[in-house]
Design a protein around this ligand. Structure first.
Ligand SMILES: N[C@@H](CCC(=O)N[C@@H](CS)C(=O)NCC(=O)O)C(=O)O
Length: 201
């Protein structure tokens, strides 16, 4: 398998952690990809120009990260990242969507600083994105999502979202969310690939 990748992308990090948990990371060749470089290889595989993008051994091109992670989950029986059915499945998918939503808002805040000059930035829009992150974390802080035998896709997505807030938003979330800080420490101990994929860049 081939993965269009970057060491700073939290969405790529999700895929690498999922692959490691399923024991297939060594079967993935990673191709460093700069999404700002107008890379024809990237646009040819994914017209959205986003990473992660995975090409399977059968030649199928998969995106985005939830789809890739669900594909990886089919490659080995354990641990189950996506429960097959029932309320458990939809709890996992919803936690994954919440983690991705935190990431989307956090990334938009980064892009606002990166791609707009200071006078073009709109404070009300910045506040709107920040409030999505704050509300989500406040809700999760009340009851951080426990796992049974092993963390699943929802948990690994949340861990990557919190890791990204540490990486690009100075870990400011930590002061008001002690239970989530403890939750992330527990995840870190349970999933060795989390520490190994600490973002750089
Ligand atoms: N929903 C997508 C989001 C992927 C995403 O936004 N990746 C960023 C890198 S962290 C990207 O490729 N950005 C380039 C762009 O938006 O043009 C997923 O889950 O894979």
């Amino acid at each position: 398998m081939k993965l269009l990748s970057s060491p700073s992308s939290p969405f790529v990090r999700k895929v690498k952690i999922a692959a490691a948990m399923k024991g297939v990371l060594s079967k993935i060749e990673q191709r460093p990809t700069d999404t700002n470089a107008g890379d024809d290889m990237l646009f040819g595989q994914n017209p959205l120009g986003k990473i992660p993008t995975l090409t399977t051994d059968g030649g199928d091109v998969l995106y985005d990260s939830p789809v890739i992670c669900e594909y990886l989950d089919t490659l080995a029986p354990e641990p189950v990242l996506f429960p097959k059915s029932g309320a458990e499945r939809f709890r996992t998918l919803t936690l994954g969507s919440l983690g991705d939503g935190i990431l989307d808002a956090a990334l938009l805040l980064v892009y606002e600083r990166r791609f707009r000059s200071a006078e073009m930035q709109v404070q009300s829009w910045i506040d709107r994105q920040q409030s999505k992150i704050d509300r989500s974390l406040d809700m999760l802080e009340k009851t951080p999502p426990a796992w049974g035998k092993s963390p699943d896709y929802g948990h690994l997505t949340l861990a990557c979202a919190l890791g990204y807030l540490d990486f690009r938003h100075e870990g400011k979330w930590r002061a008001k969310h002690p239970k989530l800080v403890a939750w992330l420490d527990t995840f870190d101990k349970a999933v060795p690939e989390f520490a190994k994929t600490k973002p750089v860049g």
